[in-house]
Design a protein around this ligand. Structure first.
Ligand code: CTP
Length: 415
């Protein structure tokens, strides 16, 4: 399964209606195509009086659809509406807004919108008087209340010498709105499909970064904030699992419907996990665990008068908790490890991941890139998930909550 939330190609239906701003729809379509998306243009008859079908066909690389009564055997409006990740109307005339608001369907575009569950984005363009007319304003309000996304109109110079609100938004802004509405729609659809698919599962999640004490006031730590692990725990609980979170020094609030066990050092985390593991259907080891700890923890604060210019600490290896979990695995348990690597080259990073999953022996390894400016204390992340054979079984890009869902999909599938 490839993660559906990644930067995957979208199917965008762009409806073009009859206004002078129809020529600007061409740049919107071109940008979408350059971003790698599939675009089907649905032009009204009036739109084709402003821009010819060959232009739309050349730019989109697909035939322009305009006539409800063409290809009736393929039920075009239903097919286009159902396959689209998003429907955008650029430009949207006052007439089209009125039809969409009342649910009228007298051409291919309005039929497609009615027959679709995809998010709808409209970019109105018309004369100021038409936009400000109470009828148009009421229609826009109705559509907004129904969840239709509006981009613009902007204020500025209109076709004639007049100025005011009614100008089509900038193509770049329209493209951004289309892509984010489509991604939001995909996330909502996936969430609805996932529902409470983890009911009856027990899931243990580790989060945060361990701290290894040096003396009563100092420790060795790392930059992990715990965001990703906490997001996984929260999502697992939302999807119905009974979740225990072993949290080491996390910087984010813990979810209410999750049992939290607070630890600080790797040894404490190892002890907590060893006790909890036998009762878990899945173990997700998102914590950054220190590989070494100072061999001797000083009873009192280390004073520089006593140590002089150089201070040498000796370290002892910490238990490898993940390896221990794999060694003590109960039948049917899914174990997921994490690897945060600074390697910049994608292929070399994958190789490090492959070597790591072989060393650890877990079912899946979540690989992400970290560095001075990557990964920590941020909400955006990008991951690849490897299986024990070293294959990339899933990829996800997005906030840590949506990435958490992609990770939990594997828990659901691997039973
Ligand atoms: N891990 C663990 N116990 C440790 C170290 C790591 O359980 N003592 C777990 C982490 O929670 C993570 C996975 O092992 O899920 C990989 O952690 P990482 O630090 O990348 O692995 P190491 O084996 O320590 O490899 P490296 O030499 O790259 O640090």
């Amino acid at each position: 399964m490839m993660g559906a939330l990644g930067g995957s190609s979208l199917r965008v239906a762009v409806g073009v209606t009859g206004g002078i701003a129809a020529y600007k729809a061409v740049s919107v379509i071109r940008s979408l195509v350059l971003l790698g998306h599939h675009v089907d243009v649905i032009a009204t008859g009036a739109a084709l009086r402003f821009v010819g079908a060959p232009t739309f066909e050349a730019i989109s690389g697909n035939p322009v659809r305009t006539d409800l009564y063409e290809n009736v055997d393929t039920v075009q409006h239903v097919a286009l509406g159902q396959s689209a990740d998003v429907i955008a109307v650029v430009p949207a005339t006052a007439n089209t807004l009125a039809k969409l608001a009342t649910g009228m369907a007298d051409d291919l575009l309005t039929n497609t919108v009615l027959a679709s569950l995809a998010p709808v984005v409209v970019a109105p363009a018309m004369h100021t008087e038409m936009w400000q007319n109470p009828a148009t304003q009421a229609n826009a309000r109705r559509l907004d209340e129904r969840g239709v996304t509006f981009v613009g109109p902007e204020s500025g110079r209109l076709t004639g010498s007049d100025e005011g609100p009614g100008r089509l938004a900038e193509p770049e802004e329209i493209v951004n709105a289309i892509v984010s509405a489509a991604r939001r729609g995909q996330r909502e659809r996936l969430a609805a499909e996932r529902g409470r698919d983890l009911v009856g599962h027990t899931v243990l999640v580790t989060a945060g970064g361990t701290r290894e004490p040096i003396d009563p006031v100092r420790f060795l730590g790392n930059r992990s904030s715990g965001r990703q692990g906490v997001a996984i725990a929260r999502k697992a609980a939302e999807r119905g699992a009974e979740v225990t979170l072993v949290a080491a020094n996390i910087e984010v609030p813990t979810p209410e419907d999750v049992r939290v066990v607070l630890v600080s050092s790797a040894e404490q985390m190892a002890a907590a996990c060893a006790e909890l593991a036998p009762r878990q259907d899945a173990i997700v080891m998102a914590a950054a665990v220190a590989d070494y700890r100072p061999e001797h923890v000083q009873a009192g604060k280390i004073k520089k008068e006593a140590t002089g210019d150089d201070l040498t600490l000796t370290f002892k290896k910490n238990p490898d908790i993940l390896k221990n979990m794999v060694a003590a695995r109960v039948p049917g348990q899914t174990i997921i490890g994490f690897a945060a690597e600074t390697e910049e080259d994608d292929e070399a990073r994958l190789e490090l991941g492959r070597a790591k999953i072989r060393r650890k022996g877990c079912d899946f390894l979540v690989l992400n890139r970290v560095g001075w400016h990557h990964g920590f204390a941020r909400d955006e992340t990008a991951i690849q998930i490897l299986d024990l054979d070293g294959h990339v079984v899933s990829e996800a890009v997005g906030d840590k909550m949506s990435v958490a869902d992609s990770i939990l999909d594997l828990v659901h599938e691997h039973e």
